[in-house]
Write a protein that binds this ligand. Structure first.
Ligand code: PRX
Length: 651
């Protein structure tokens, strides 16, 4: 630890790291002087079939247009360009299968695969603008499928392979997908989990209404038998794999939709976050280059996120591939066959940049440092964190044990909506502080404000503020699929007078003006870095015939950040009121949404605390769930309600 005059616990980069870094401190100044020129410079790192004539058009705010008039092909930028520039033999993916199989895929291989897939999707009759749902695990074909869609201008919608058939169907319907790409099954701790079967279930006609899906393209991964619908289902190895490996990429408008990715909001209905092409690729590749100090010639990069979440989109697929990275892609869980798997993988491939979530760091801490200590992790030079605030204890452990006490940690704050990293240290410049995301990256502007939109004072610890983004940025969402009104209401109404984007997070500024993100201030929970809305879980619970009413809160959890705690009132028909019922309800939520949404605790209670207007006071339930003194109960209809809730908790 280095003491600095400003902060007693700040970690500046070593002189050696700073000297070799991709950018120097002057970048902040340059970006601030002329933001648009700065972003144009970043966009110039990409290949444009036609250059833009205007950097930013904000006249239709809050829907931005970046690089107006520009035309590019995202897949060409991620693949073809590297091959054409003589780097075809460079490894793009070191893929590590869960059972121990592995594949090495060069940029030339990737180009052939993506071209085959693009040719076959064209043969299926898909044309630019058609949507494709991708429900797949961490295998190379998932990336090939995404890039083939990008190449043809088909917006993809990845649905995390842990989601239920119900959740998958909801997303397919909302985007009206014509094609689903999936696998027979995925490996999960040595056992094949059926995915094709889940797709079959999702696509069953709802009454008389068939789904919008015309074909299901299936990659064989685990080799189990699957049901087959003739005419609809197609094997990847019989179609894509046989197609022509040459395909010429066409250019699309910079604002052509690239993907839709559903995320939880404050209501039960997930929001289809829409991202477009030029601005998104500019900011993902720029941030990947500067935040991780990525050097394509020497680095081996590993982002452990699932490709089904935004981190996988931006920092496994688009950002790194646009930068010609060599990366590790791992299919399985970190403890299969044992807890050494990640460290063995780092040793095997000589990983230099490792990007993961705080919840996993805390899990590694629980398993004990003797596990990583048994491996040579000296190749690691940059560590990244994403998804939730990282607690200082986990931060220090991460740096000491995984980063040999020297690797800079970049704590990157961003969201599905922002598309790319917004607030983060730069590893060759920033003196990092354990737990702080620090400052917006050059080119990005953010503020921490109070209820009225006034900037909070530095070092103010009592009144924490709201995090807002006060300038448009290239990778910003362009809307919510099919619901632009909700887009405005969710992100832009809160500070409409100022025209700021409200992130939904609380934050504070320390005495140096560095930013600390404190977590969500709305009804969105963050469980192991996964965003889940209280309303979604409540609606799954009340879907059970035994439940009359449900209220769900996120309570702090040592490992997962937050854990889901539900309070339910049972119906008169509920015959069982004890442990069996609680187990059944937990299973119901896992089935309806996903195992990641399974409540940690469910308490059967006789009543819920409500205000006179009938709103459930979640804040008070959070106090109960975390065993705290109750906050202000004066607005409750019946303050006595807590006696019975507390009694209910001991059930
Ligand atoms: O609350 C913030 C938290 O994750 C939310 C965004 O979730 P999602 O859209 O699923 O994207 C996760 C990966 C980018 C944010 O509103 N969050 C994300 N990164 C951080 C964070 N909270 C604190 N520090 C972070 N570094």
């Amino acid at each position: 630890m280095t003491e600095t005059a400003d902060h007693p616990d700040a970690y500046p980069p070593s002189a050696e790291f700073a000297a070799a870094a991709n950018v120097d401190a002057g970048i902040y100044e340059r970006a601030a002087q002329d933001r648009e020129a700065f972003w144009a410079e970043q966009a110039d790192c990409l290949h444009w079939h036609e250059r833009w004539n205007q950097v930013l058009d904000w006249t239709d705010a809050p829907v931005a247009k970046w690089f107006v008039g520009g035309r590019l092909n995202v897949a060409y930028n991620c693949v073809d360009r590297h091959v054409l520039e003589g780097r075809g033999d460079k490894v793009a993916l070191h893929w590590e299968g869960e059972p121990g199989d592995s594949r090495t895929i060069t940029y030339s291989d990737l180009l052939a695969e993506v071209s085959r897939a693009a040719n076959y999707l064209t043969e299926l009759g898909l044309t630019a603008g058609d949507r494709v749902a991708i429900y797949m695990p961490m295998i190379p074909e998932t990336i090939v499928a995404m890039l083939a869609c990008a190449r043809l201008g088909l917006p993809h919608s990845l649905v995390f392979a842990g989601f239920s058939p119900t959740a998958l169907r909801q997303r397919i319907d909302d985007a009206e997908a014509r094609l689903v790409i999936t696998v027979d099954g995925q490996w999960r701790r040595g056992t094949p989990a059926p995915l094709k079967e889940a797709v079959d279930e999702a696509l069953l006609a709802k009454g008389d209404v068939p789904s919008s899906v015309e074909h299901v393209l299936v990659v064989r991964r685990v080799g189990t038998e699957v049901e087959w619908t003739e005419g609809r289902d197609l094997w990847w190895h019989e179609t894509v794999a046989q197609a022509d490996p040459v395909h010429e990429a066409q250019a699309f408008d910079a604002e052509h939709p690239l993907f839709i990715l559903y995320t939880s909001g404050t209501t039960g209905k997930p929001k289809g976050i829409l991202h477009t092409s030029g601005g998104y690729l500019t900011q993902t590749s720029y941030t990947h280059r500067v935040v991780f100090d990525h050097k394509p010639e020497t680095d081996v990069y590993w982002c452990t996120a699932d490709v089904g979440w935004v981190t996988g989109h931006s920092y496994i697929v688009y950002g790194p591939l646009a930068n010609g990275a060599t990366q590790v892609l791992y299919e399985g869980t970190p403890n299969f066959p044992d807890e050494h798997r990640h460290w063995q993988t780092i040793e095997k491939y000589g990983v230099t940049i490792y990007y993961t979530a705080p919840t996993l760091v805390r899990t590694f801490m629980k398993w004990g440092r003797q596990i990583p200590d048994a491996h040579d992790l000296s190749s690691i030079r940059v560590l990244g964190s994403v998804g939730e605030p990282i607690n200082p204890e986990a931060w220090r452990w991460y740096r000491d044990v995984i980063g040999s006490g020297t690797a800079p940690i970049v704590d990157t704050w961003w969201q599905t909506e922002t598309g790319a990293i917004m607030i983060s240290p730069l590893p060759g410049i920033t003196a990092t502080k354990p737990g702080a995301a620090m400052t917006p990256v050059p080119g990005v502007s953010a503020a921490v404000v109070d209820e009225e939109g006034k900037t909070v004072r530095r070092g103010e610890t009592e009144a924490n503020g709201y995090l807002v983004l006060d300038q448009p940025w290239p990778s910003m969402l362009r809307g919510i699929w099919g619901d632009m009104e909700r887009y405005r209401a969710t992100y832009w109404d809160r500070f409409a007078d100022q025209g700021w984007y409200f992130a939904g997070d609380g934050a504070k500024l320390d005495v140096n003006g560095d930013l600390w993100v404190l977590g969500r201030v709305d009804d969105v929970m963050n469980v192991s870095g996964h965003r889940i809305s209280t309303a979604e879980v409540e609606s799954a619970l009340v879907g059970h015939s035994g439940v009359a009413e449900a209220a769900v809160v996120g309570a702090s959890d040592e490992t997962t950040g937050q854990g889901i705690v539900a309070f339910v009132i049972l119906t008169a028909e509920a015959t069982d009121t004890g442990a069996t019922m609680v187990d059944e309800l937990k299973a119901e939520v896992a089935r309806e949404i996903s195992p990641i949404a399974r409540p940690r605790e469910i308490h059967v209670v006789p009543e819920l605390p409500k205000t006179r207007s009938g709103k459930i006071m979640r804040r008070l339930l959070r106090d109960v769930a975390e065993g705290r003194e109750l906050g202000d109960t004066s607005t409750l209809v019946d303050p006595q309600v807590f006696e019975s809730i507390r009694a209910g908790r001991t059930d």
